[in-house]
Design a protein around this ligand. Structure first.
Ligand SMILES: [Zn+2]
Length: 324
């Protein structure tokens, strides 16, 4: 009597390592061919999600990328457990992706220009932002600052990593702190939003670039439909979470198909990097002094002092007294 297996193999299934079904048009695509088109469907131009390593390979000059802090590994500060303990989830993701955490950062060149880059890998726990993720984004920003080279962040993330609780939320402040310093020092920062860029990444650095690029039809939003519409008490407009909608509403500057992304970033870097004069540029005024002196100048201009002198020298006369 033949042994009956609980599951019969499906006759119409293709070997999974050879073919991928396009969720956009339903075509079966040969994986090797798909790799040649940078994992964009040749029929409907659906952009498949790609790993951080593949993204870096697609963007940088061949062989130029040197990874940094590859061995930075997350810990389990809360002893967190949902259906599985957090360390088990981490280990499964590490085995699956070959990464220690959800980002890869390092220095590479694009069109011959050095760039400090941090790239998210959605396949590692949904690209979620834990302490190591935030640290790597911050270190990429600090390297950009120290070496005065452009910062490039490619986001593909579901947002904060709930297994790290508050530690995860603190990464928003940490990464934005560095990004603001990068911008204050007039070091270029280009942000690329791949599918999906949501939650904490969207709420922090992903839309804070000097130029914010997105891939076509990428999901870009803060929260899901139910949470968003529940919070504002209104139905959300059709397609509110797409790159195209965000482009029309100012969060995205340009939508760039993947095959043109490298070229586009190199062109932008050409605009954003000042031509070398052989002199080192003085760093911009530190962030701490700027808002206050701006507010003081404004107060001086609007409120006349006791001598009736109200035209702009308030910074000295009103000084530190009123605008803490
Ligand atoms: Zn397709």
């Amino acid at each position: 009597m033949p042994v009956r297996l609980p599951f019969r193999p499906r006759r119409d299934a293709y070997p999974p390592d050879l073919w991928t079904k396009c969720p956009g048009c339903g075509e079966m695509l040969f994986n090797k061919q798909l790799d040649k088109t940078l994992r964009v469907c040749p029929h409907c131009s659906h952009h498949f999600r790609i790993s951080a390593r593949m993204r870096i390979e697609q963007l940088v000059d061949s062989g130029s990328f040197v990874e940094r802090d590859a061995d930075l590994t997350p810990v389990d500060p809360l002893g967190f457990m949902d259906l599985k303990p957090y360390p088990d989830r981490l280990m499964a993701a590490q085995l699956q992706t070959g990464l220690r955490d959800s980002t890869v950062w390092g220095i590479g060149t694009m069109g011959g220009k050095p760039v400090s880059m941090c790239v998210f890998d959605f396949f590692f726990m949904g690209g979620s932002m834990g302490s190591v993720t935030g640290e790597k984004v911050a270190r990429a920003g600090e390297a950009a600052l120290a070496e005065r080279i452009p910062l490039l962040i490619v986001s593909s993330s579901g947002g904060a990593r709930m297994q790290e609780g508050t530690y995860s939320l603190m990464q928003l402040a940490k990464t934005m702190g560095v990004v603001e310093r990068v911008k204050a020092a007039r070091v270029p920062f280009i942000s690329v939003m791949a599918d999906p860029t949501t939650g904490g990444t969207f709420a922090s650095f992903a839309v804070a670039g000097d130029v914010n690029l997105a891939e076509p039809k990428a999901t870009i939003r803060f929260a899901g439909d139910r949470v968003s519409s529940g919070t504002i008490g209104e139905e959300l407009p059709e397609g509110y979470n797409t790159a195209e909608f965000q482009l029309n509403h100012g969060f995205v500057d340009r939508i760039v198909p993947r095959p043109k992304l490298r070229e586009e970033i190199i062109t932008l870097l050409g605009f954003l990097i000042a031509p070398s004069t052989g002199q080192t540029e003085p760093p911009a005024a530190s962030l701490t002094s700027r808002p206050r002196s701006f507010l003081n100048a404004l107060t001086g201009a609007l409120i006349p002092d006791s001598n009736g002198n109200g035209n702009g020298n308030g910074e000295q006369t009103r000084g530190e007294t009123s605008n803490g």
